[in-house]
Write a new protein. Structure first.
Length: 210
């Protein structure tokens, strides 16, 4: 049996930590040189659940997928739409004798964003108003952008429309979109888009102040 194995890279028994953001696709990768007689299996040890065997998905959860290209030494477990309950210890196994394996701790970080005045806000023109976006992010938000009707609010547009943005990056990031004198033309859909999270949306309706 050993003569059929060209080379098997030594697999460390050390537990590796991987981090991923909820809702995003995460690809975990382990490189092993094998011929087709041997298979790499992925198992979630937390609940003793077999996910993939070779190129085939064993679990009924179709978010999990095994990826291996011919003549490649990369065996990948792909998780689509990763959720918080996907966190846990995963094991990559090779069906040699004795068995060789590697454990990986996968941690899914859930990033949530919401606008406290939303999802709909009615105001009178000329009255100052804030749109406040809150982002809970354990890894730290790297950037945050505001959108108006699907377009990024760049510096030129904010200056022209007398809109100001104040952002405080912490474990809970708070960003305020401030309208000094909102006009009827400021009505529309506003979105707060943090790094690694889905946007939070609000529809602003500016009414005639007279």
């Amino acid at each position: 049996m050993g003569t059929r194995l060209r080379k098997l890279k030594q697999m460390s028994s050390k537990l590796n930590d991987w981090y991923s953001i909820g809702g995003k696709r995460r690809l975990t990768d382990r490189r092993i040189d094998l011929i087709t007689t041997y298979y790499v299996s992925w198992i979630k040890k937390t609940n003793k659940r077999i996910l993939t065997i070779g190129k085939y998905t064993y679990t009924t959860d179709d978010r999990f997928k095994s990826i291996h290209l011919n003549d490649s030494d990369a065996w990948n477990l792909e998780i689509q739409d990763a959720r918080e309950d996907d966190s846990g210890v995963y094991e990559c196994q090779v069906n040699t004798e004795p068995k060789m394996s590697l454990e990986i701790q996968l941690n899914i970080i859930v990033v949530e964003a919401y606008i406290s005045e939303g999802p709909m806000l009615y105001i009178k023109s000329g009255n100052p108003v804030n749109l406040t976006c809150h982002v809970k992010d354990q890894l730290g938000t790297v950037f945050l952008l505001w959108y108006y009707n699907g377009r990024v609010l760049d510096d030129d547009e904010k200056k022209r429309r007398d809109i100001h943005v104040f952002t405080d990056f912490r474990s809970t990031t708070i960003s305020r979109l401030f309208f000094a004198k909102p006009k009827l033309s400021d009505s529309g859909k506003y979105s707060c888009q943090p790094s690694y999270a889905k946007p939070a949306n609000i529809t602003l309706q500016v009414l005639n102040g007279e």
